[in-house]
Design a protein around this ligand. Sequence first.
Ligand code: A2P
Length: 276
Amino acid sequence: MKVIDSYYVLSNGVKLPKIGFGTWQIKPGEDTVRAVSLALKNGYRHIDTAEGYYNEASVGQAIKESGLKREDVFITSKLESHIKTYEGAKEYFLESLKKLDTDYLDLFIIHAPWPWSEMGKDCETGNVLAYKAMEELYHEGKVRAIGVSNFEVKHLQNILDHCEVVPHVNQIGYFIGLDQSKTIRFCKEHNIFVEAYSPLGIGYLLSNETVKEVAKKYSVSPAQICLRYLLQKGVAPLPKSVHEQRMIQNTQVDFVIKDEDMLVLDQVKGDPRRWE
Ligand code: A2P
């Protein structure tokens, strides 16, 4: 079976498509509707959105218009990073459902351990309060899996110490060159599944010389090497593209990178991302 049609299984038995479609930085409205429609047409069955992307309504519209059954599409959304209360988590979850025009989510995660405007701030109490609301939503069947995003070991340990449900997922920035070994090791030990956002380093990794060389060796594109590398690490990449040919290319990863070349890629170090 092709990778794009295959699933990982989360700790609670829920099936997660091996490759998801990332929608960060796709403009709400026509752009998102078009991109998500094309992604669904080309076999993606996991759409990753967030309250903070402001495109949930457009994601919902594209899914409805696709004609696919709701249960055949895995939808993830994320609690706004500044919402760190029990009531806030419940309220924003309902807003997400409304915007996505659905009565349940497949995965709902805390977007970050701190508000984006206050990165590094200690919000441990607030994270527990928000997570407890998510545990209730999970037990009520309104969401099939819950988790976190951008959580490091100390943030994860805080949830394990004070909550009941071990997060099913931790979605982190992860790509060739970015050292996430500590977080990934901890997640593996606790059966927390890792999803990789920015798997192409938001595009900047594609011009890396080592990645390009390995791509040439396998007669594939640098993007395909980046995605296949992550799949062989056992995580779920969430590539974003607004171009259909690239979306399709990013699903064509049914080849195997040899161990010796995985080691070569492991030697790449650094974070090439720029946000200007
Ligand atoms: P675009 O949306 O214009 O196609 P990431 O998934 O790491 O966030 O990377 C997304 C970036 O990489 C976007 O700028 C996207 O551009 C670009 N991109 C996605 N897939 C490919 C591909 N197969 N080849 C080249 N660039 C790609």
